[in-house]
Design a protein around this ligand. Structure first.
Ligand SMILES: Cc1ncc(C[n+]2csc(CCOP(=O)(O)OP(=O)(O)O)c2C)c(N)n1
Ligand SMILES: [Mg+2]
Length: 570
């Protein structure tokens, strides 16, 4: 039997769980772990500049690669700095294992230096958490953590490990088979429910699918396509559902919700049957629930039983894995065409012309996104922050490629863009990764430029620099009579900042510079930053005002708008 220290068992088990990269930041309580890392060169450690960056990078890595993201932090402030990133992963169902050091066992409960009850703090924002109190438990608990993080509805698991447990030496023996009584995620949908759902679909005249991130998590792209094509079901998707169904597909009708396209929202309103797949009726997707799909019955497919009936009364709930359920459902539905219904949605699409952009020589963000789409031929993975630029990214880049949009949905975390793009690039190094940043959010995690420089990560960054906390300013313009309190935002010279970090950067002030700048970013190996100084008071449309129903969607009131692009069908 090998004698191993707790830290060695942790590293060994991480490798067994398929981990090859860790985003982290050291400190006293995790020193024994960091001291052990060089014994395991298979584990690449990426040093971030703030622990929030580690959590978001692990999150971006997990979303892009489909693997569990891992981050390390020390006790106390290191652990609390992870909190936003853990919460972000929790709300968006991202598999993550966060390891925090804790003060040594004799000091626990003494308010020792850098002692904080991180398991207590993270109870509501983790799928599960543990404090590992002896090295004997290490391998079993780490394995459980990965199993919990990646199975069922994925989510973050935190492991808090006292410093002396890393150092504790034991006679290591392989952990036994995992035994987690009480944790048995449902995989297969109940056959009676599937039969009921198929009957509803077969009888429906105006059915519509709302597809969410669950489709991406369960890798159900083909099944969704097959289902849609067999019964000719129109598909709309949530913000995090972008990339679950090709947007150039004839049955794709774009995003619903607060900033969804008009025809998607109107179609939901008129539908007689909603087939919700891997989505949770978030209020940004449903708008005012009391007016949501007033004439529709609802089939709700979700792996998490807690989501059923939470926000919306459901006619037929089906708990289980989307891919598995769709396979059974496809067999039971009859081929159909719904020609009149699809024609009606098409008409709405014509009347409320697509996603619009003003005819203008000004530097408009929608135009920039469209050019990034054209130049990358839709091959890029887009990572955004939160705000107007996030919605422009959702609406004006056309997503055909599966899982090509990474964004903070549930928590809406400004500052997500840069570290999450780092994680995504590490997870899919051969893919093109563009971070679309707000000038506000970018300044929240700007320190991660140093991580990009140190690791020479080829992330391309477009800052949508409007000099405002733009989305909040838009709300002030619309609902607070243009009282712009605390939203005008001075920023540094981002080009000089980038240069100080040793990164290539340019500023773009005019429309004619856009295409050459994007081209230059693509042609330059390694990281590249473009500071796009966009129209400061451009707004996001369409929009459903807070409290309004989807059918009350407002489209761009200005009369010089044209469709954003021919290639896009959204
Ligand atoms: C951490 C955090 N603080 C505050 C907010 C509230 N908020 C939502 S969007 C937004 C403005 C974002 O500004 P910027 O990053 O410049 O993006 P823009 O809307 O201008 O594109 C703010 C302050 C938030 N989402 N996250
Ligand atoms: Mg801004």
């Amino acid at each position: 039997m090998a004698k191993l220290r707790g830290a060695q068992i942790l590293c060994q088990t991480l490798i067994e769980e398929g981990v090859d990269v860790i985003f982290g930041f050291p400190g006293g309580a995790v020193l024994p772990l960091y001291d052990t890392l060089p014994e395991y060169p298979q584990l690449r450690h990426i040093l971030v500049r703030h622990e929030q960056g580690a959590a978001h990078a692990a999150d971006g890595y997990a979303r892009a690669s489909g693997k569990v993201g891992v981050c390390f932090a020390t006790s106390g402030p290191g652990a609390t700095n992870l909190v936003t990133g853990i919460a972000n992963a929790h709300l968006d169902s991202v598999p993550m294992v966060a390891v925090t050091g804790q003060v040594a066992r004799p000091f626990i409960g003494k308010d020792a230096f850098q002692e904080i009850d991180i398991t207590g703090i993270t109870i509501p924002i983790t799928k599960h958490n543990y404090m590992i109190l002896k090295a004997d438990d290490m391998a079993r608990v780490v394995k459980e953590a990965f199993y919990i993080a990646r199975t069922g509805r994925p989510g973050p698991v935190l492991l808090d490990i006292p410093k002396d447990v890393f150092d504790e030496e034991i006679n290591y023996k392989e952990p036994e088979q995992l035994d987690l009584p009480g944790y048995e995620p449902t995989f297969e949908g109940h056959p009676i429910q599937i039969k009921k759902a198929a009957k509803l679909i077969n009888e429906s005249k105006q059915p519509i699918v709302i597809a969410g991130r669950g489709v991406i998590i369960s890798n159900a792209y083909e099944e969704l396509k097959h289902l849609a094509e067999k019964a000719q079901l129109p598909i709309v998707h949530t913000l995090l559902g972008i990339g679950c169904f090709p947007q150039t597909h004839i049955l794709s009708f774009g995003m619903l919700g607060m900033h969804g396209v008009a025809h998607a929202n109107l179609a939901i309103d008129a539908s007689d049957l909603i087939i919700a797949i891997g989505m949770r009726f978030d209020d940004r997707a449903t708008a005012n629930v009391s007016g949501f799909a007033p004439n529709a019955q609802i089939i709700h497919i979700d792996i998490d039983p807690a989501e059923i009936g939470k926000n919306m009364k459901t006619t037929v709930p089906i708990v289980g894995d989307a891919k598995n359920i769709l396979q059974s459902l496809i067999e039971r539905i009859e081929p159909s065409n719904h020609t009149d219904w699809i024609h009606r949605i098409e008409e709405w699409r014509q009347q409320h012309p697509l996603v619009t952009i003003r005819k203008s020589e000004e530097l408009l963000p929608q135009y920039i996104l469209r050019q990034i789409y054209e130049i990358t031929r839709g091959e890029a993975t887009i990572v955004t922050g939160v705000g107007q630029h996030q919605m422009w990214s959702a609406l004006h880049y056309c997503y055909d490629k599966p899982n090509s949009f990474i964004s903070s949905g549930g928590l809406g975390t400004m500052g997500f863009e840069l570290p999450a793009a780092i994680g995504a690039k590490v997870g899919i190094p051969n893919d093109i990764v563009w971070a679309i940043a707000g000038d506000g959010g970018f300044q929240m995690t700007i320190q991660e430029l140093a991580t990009i420089a140190q690791e020479n990560l080829g992330v391309k960054i477009a800052i949508m620099n409007n000099g405002y906390l733009g989305m909040v300013r838009q709300w002030q313009e619309m609902f607070y009579e243009k009282r712009y309190t605390a939203t005008p935002l001075a920023g540094p010279d981002f080009v000089k900042i980038a240069e100080a970090y040793g990164l290539n950067a340019i500023r773009v002030n005019n429309k004619i510079e856009v295409i050459p700048a994007i081209q230059k970013a693509m042609d330059t190996p390694g990281p590249f930053i473009i500071d796009f100084c966009i129209e400061p008071e451009e707004n996001v449309y369409p929009m459903v005002a807070p409290g309004a129903c989807l059918a009350e969607v407002m489209i761009d009131p200005r009369d010089d708008v044209v469709a954003s692009g021919d290639l896009s069908r959204i």
